[in-house]
Structures are given as structure tokens and as C-alpha cells.
Write a protein that binds this ligand. Sequence first.
Ligand code: TNX
Length: 783
Amino acid sequence: MTVRHLFLAFPLALLLWGCTEKNVPPAVIPLPVQTEPVKTGDFILSDKTILTYSQGNEELERLAGHLASELQNQTGIAVRIAENGGTPEKDAIQMLISDENSISHPEGYHLEIDDKTIRISASSPAGIFYGIQTLWQLIPVEAFSKPNDKARTVSLSGIRISDYPRYTWRGMHLDVSRHFFPKEFVKKYIDLIARYKMNIFHWHLTDDNGWRIEIKKYPKLTDIAAWRVDRTHQVWTEVSPPEPGEKAAYGGFYTQDDIREIVEYARQRYITIIPEIEMPGHTSEVFAAYPEYSCTGQTLYVQPGTYWPNTDIFCAGKDETFAFIEDILTEVAAMFPGPYIHIGGDEADKTRWKECKLCQKRIKTEGLKNEEELQSYFIRRAEKMLHKLGKRLIGWDEILEGGLAPDATVMSWRGFDGGIEAARAGHDVVMSPVSHCYFDYYQADPEFEPLAIGGFLTLKKVYGFDPTPPVLTADEAKHILGGQANVWTEYIPTPQHAEYMALPRMTALAEALWSPRDGRDFENFLERLQPHLARFEKEGTNYSKGSFKVALKPMYDTARGEYRIAMQTEQLRPDVRYSLDGALPGPDSEKYIKPIKISASTIISAGIFSDGKIMEKASTDSILMHKGIGSRITLETQPNFRYNEGGASALCDGFRGSTQHRQGHWLGFYGDDLKATIQLRKPDKVNTIRIGTLNAARSWIFAPEKVEISISADGKQFKPLQVQSPGVDVLSQKVFRVEFSANLPDEKISHLRVEILNRKTCPPGHPYAGQAAWIFTDEIIFE
Ligand code: TNX
């Protein structure tokens, strides 16, 4: 069967296994392309098993050795390795590179288990490696325990698997600048990536909070720029600057030997490392060591927390900057054998370039239009250097601004659009949109999760990731190399925490990137996921149980005029119990079957129960019934992507936000006003309008400057109302909700227009006075 036939035959695979509750397909993640049972009886893996590999193949020899020693360590079974002289007829695991292999895909493999042999065949060692990963996953999790002296056996059901990936770029990223992660953890992370058949590790090595890679020519990068003062006891956006004389002792870096060791470790697992060296922005740490390459020449300290906006960036006017960068890239290129070097390119604030004489001169002499084009000039120069070093350039989607470098590959993070634009222009693309790939975002209700950067990205949402937008033609779609999830670590200080953020979402991503689009099914995935979670427990790998929480989702049935609350979970057949009286639910509380109708204000609380116990803390929220619920809302400006969980309808959904601004009920607008038109379900009399906003000065969120409300009885003529504004100490260190209100005349209205005016910048007296400010709104209440 050719690859193409396999593809056509794919939907058969699930049918053959008949995915009933009892008879689920084997717990392999990512789901293989084709799987069918073989009915010869089980293979018994034991100390009698012989492991053979294609004669003379050193890669396979290494893989065999690795498999044997891991089997010994993890299950206690000692198999014997033999080179493939006369292939044994039984009790054998055979690994062979075969030319007539029907899977021509270089990463594909066949795995066949019957009562006599386990056969893994592929056209390349990478394929064999993936076959081995699948074999590991077929070993029941109970077999993973410390070896004991008694010989053990494991029995494996007969199976035939044919498999190959959908995408060639299956990546995971790790930011080691915001917090440094030791070499041992980087290896563990690589192991996890490999276990799920991913093949790219994007190593974010430099950023404002620390330079992490030894560069021999510039030793101060690691003597100075790798270290900062420790502020781990403070919230990232609220850290205090270094005290005079305070030692910068928090951080670390990888020596060139460390790097080579990790590169080799990754190579042995068929993982290519993409090193990222940021430019022109996210480089303020460099100026702690080499201030001469910035526009101002000022010596900075390495930021112990947030650095926003990124004003101190490389000076594009000085040729010395480019010489410095070329020296660095030359050393980096020599350490990493992979084809790409990532040059960042994101979020470079152009303030300094606008003020810098040399940058302005460069704009003139190069005939550039503006600072965006200067950024593009910068990136093109970096690309030329990389080409000279035999490497290709990849960068974040900002490299599109001002014109893309000729051969650049784009990593699309602010959404899919940058990737679409690049693919249409004939450039290769890796999709990594915040909507599906930001593993620094919350995976469950922020009120009960460890503090994270914001956002909301559940396991299910990740599972639904499709890197190829349907708007692309077949030819354009060929430029989508695949996808990648990013683990930015501002809020992730330890390895255990990084595991928690990455897992189990990484398993869902792996399936989205490997398995055929049409055969994927979230419920089936969850079923297969269970033994993986058990294995994480056994090996002491941390993971999030966020998907065991109940999400309370408001919905409005316009046809019936009914407001309901759905209780969603990501578990299979969960036993959800709830209460509506303010008490916590117990195992005998009302069982949730379908969305419940709510007709009065109430407190709702729900949890998942198993064996009479609640699995994770109950989710509790209070609902405020009012006449605006279910209205049609049009927003003129959209909320910032980080704080837009419920979209416009969150403004009239019965839920108010808490003082936790990352909680989903808040919509956030960065530097923008909120302008909304609200059409009531039917014209009605309303006594009062109340509008909820937030003041959290430490997070740059301020009660608005002003709120304007006007009403209409026909949607055309609006008349303004008198709005009562409470007096607010916007600089207060406390976080509090602020309500604006207006009384209405005794007449029916059909529409309301609201303008919530942002202060635009942090007010005088604030440590970031003059920087863009946020407004947050949770609910527009009609009483
Ligand atoms: C944006 S994604 C960044 C990072 C932050 C991340 C936090 C990107 C190219 N830049 O510097 O760490 O958001 O989610």
C-alpha cells in the first residue's frame, strides 16, 4: 500500500477498532494514521526477547541499545541485543530499515506485533525511532516500575500500525531568558517532545531578562548579561528595580559545551534545535554588558521583571552593531547544525530609532520610508549574514512589517493572518497563534490556577488547532510547514511549573500536528490520554488537572427568550453536580444533565465527582439577572487578544469580574476606548444603567477617564444621559471594581450607546507614567 492509499484507507482505521466504550483504540498519542488488530494472540515481552537490527547500521545499533537499557530501567525486563544475522523466528523485536518499505515518508514507520515477533520497519532511523515511541505507548502503564530481581513479562496485543506525520514542523518552544532552566530539565523537556513524535525544539536563548548562551568573543554577555537581581517573590509586572549595590546573582547560562551536549542529545531523538537570538528588540540585557550597541549608549541593568515597551533596542545606525551581531551569529551557527536560526524580530518599539541621529541617517542613505522599513533593513542584513553561514532565517510575524527578507520563514504568533500573508507571498510559515499555541496562558479558571500571564487556552482548544487555514489554496498551503506551541516563562519560574503548563496540552498539540485532520476526535483522544497521565504520575512529571474543572458558560436562547447556564468540562462522561443556593455542591447535589434555566439572580457552584469525592475545587460564580442579558452588542474597537474571552457578549451575560483581572469575565482594551452599541431584546423601561470597570494600577489598568451613555427608542436618534462618576484614587495600590451609573427617564428604550474613555496613558505619579494604559469592563447592567 502506498502512502496515498493509506491516506484513503484512514477512516477505516477507527472503524476497524470500532470505538465503543470498551474497545477503544490503543492509547497511542498522536493517533496513528492506520491501526488494525492482528488476531494471532499476544506477544510476550520478557528476558527471553531478542532485539535485532539491520546489520551494520550504527544508528539502529544505538537505538537498540537505548531501547534495551530503558526497558531494563523502567520495566525490569532485560532483552538481549543481537545483530541481524539470521533473523530469529520468534521472541524477537526486529528493527529494520527497508528499501521496499511502502512508507516512503522519511518519518513514517510500520509496527507489527503478532504472537512471535514485533517488527518495526521504516525507510530511515527517524521512522524506526517513532515506531519505538509507539511501542513504548503500547506497554501497559502498570509495567513501568522499578526493576526487581524476578523476571517480568509484559503481554502486548497483536496490532498492525502504519504511520507518518501530517506536518514536517512539529515544535515546542521554551523561553529560558525570563527564567533560566538547568540543562537537566532541558533534556527532560526534549524527552517529552520526542515521546510525542515532535521534532523541533525552539530554544529562546536571549531576551530582556538574561542572555543564556556563551559567546567566546563577547564574554560579558554571560559574565554580566546572564545575571539579574532576584525578584522571584514579586509579581512579574510589579518588580522593584535593583537597590544600589545589590548583587545581580539570579540567572545562569549554557556553556558552548552544554549547548553541544544538548544538541547531540536532541539529535539522538531526531529533534532539530532552533536557537533564537533576539533582534532588534528584546535586547535590553545586552546593554548591561555592551551598551555601545544601543542608540543611547547608556548602561542598563538586566531587567528583573517586565520590560515593556521594548524601547532599548539595537541601534540600526551603527555598523558596529551589525559586526557584533555577525560575530554572535557566526558562533551560534557553529554550535547548531540545524538549517535555521531564529532572529526574533518581535515587539521592537521604535521610540529610540525615531530619536537617534544615526538611525535617521541610515533611513535617508538607504532610501527607507520609515522605522518599519528600517526594521526590515535590519532583518535583511541579518539574513545576508545567515546565508553566508549556510543558514536560513526564521522570525516572528513582525518581520513582515516594512517588507519581508527574501528567503525568510515566518512564525505567525499574533494570529493566523501573518502566516496567511507570508504563505501567499510564497514564504514558508510555522503557525504558532496565541489562540491555540500559547502554553503560558491559563488552562482553567484563573481564580484557582497558579498565576499566569493571562489568556485562556484549554486542552480542547489546543486539540482543535489546525495550522492550515482553509482560505489558502493548495499551492499556498504547501508553505505551511506545521505548528508550534510556545512556553514563555515570565510566570513560570521552575521546571515543575513548566511541566504543568506544557502538559497535557503538549499531547493535544502533538496530535494536531501529526495525525490526519479527519480522523481526530477529542473524546477519543481523552480516552487515550488517561494512561499517559498515569505515566506522568509514575515518573513524577507534573501536569495540569485543569480539564477536571467545570466551566460555567452563559448562553441565551433567543428563540425561547431563555437564559441558561451550561456546565462544560473536558472530561469524558463527567458526573457534574451543582447547587444554586450558595452552598458547595456535594455528591448528592443535583446532577447536571443539560444547560439549566436561570430566571433570578443566584449563586451557582459546580464540580466533577468521582467515587463520592470532588476531583478539583468547585467553580463558583454569582449571576446577576438583568434586562440587558441576551442583547445584541456591537463593538467598534475589539478588545485586546489577551483579555477577550467571552467576546462582546460578555458585556451582558450576567457575570461580573472579580479583582483578578485575568479572570475571563473582563474585557481589556489597551490604549483604546470601548465603544459599544447595545440593542435590547425588546424595547423596555430601564431604571438604571450600571457599568463595571476595574482599577488595578500595578497592572496599568485604570478606571476610565469618563463614561458616556446615550439612549434611543429607534436605534437612530440618541440622547445623552447624565453619568455619575465615582471619585477614584487611580494610583491606589489596591485592586477594586468601579461602577459608573446613570438614571433613565420613564420611557421605553431599544438601544444604548456606551463610550468608555481610556486615560490612554498611565497617569502622572505612576511608575510607568506616559506608557499606554488599559481599561477593563465586565458588565453593562440594565436594571
Ligand atoms: C509576546 S510571542 C512575546 C513574548 C512574551 C509573550 C508572552 C512573542 C514573539 N513575543 O516576548 O513572552 O508574548 O505571552
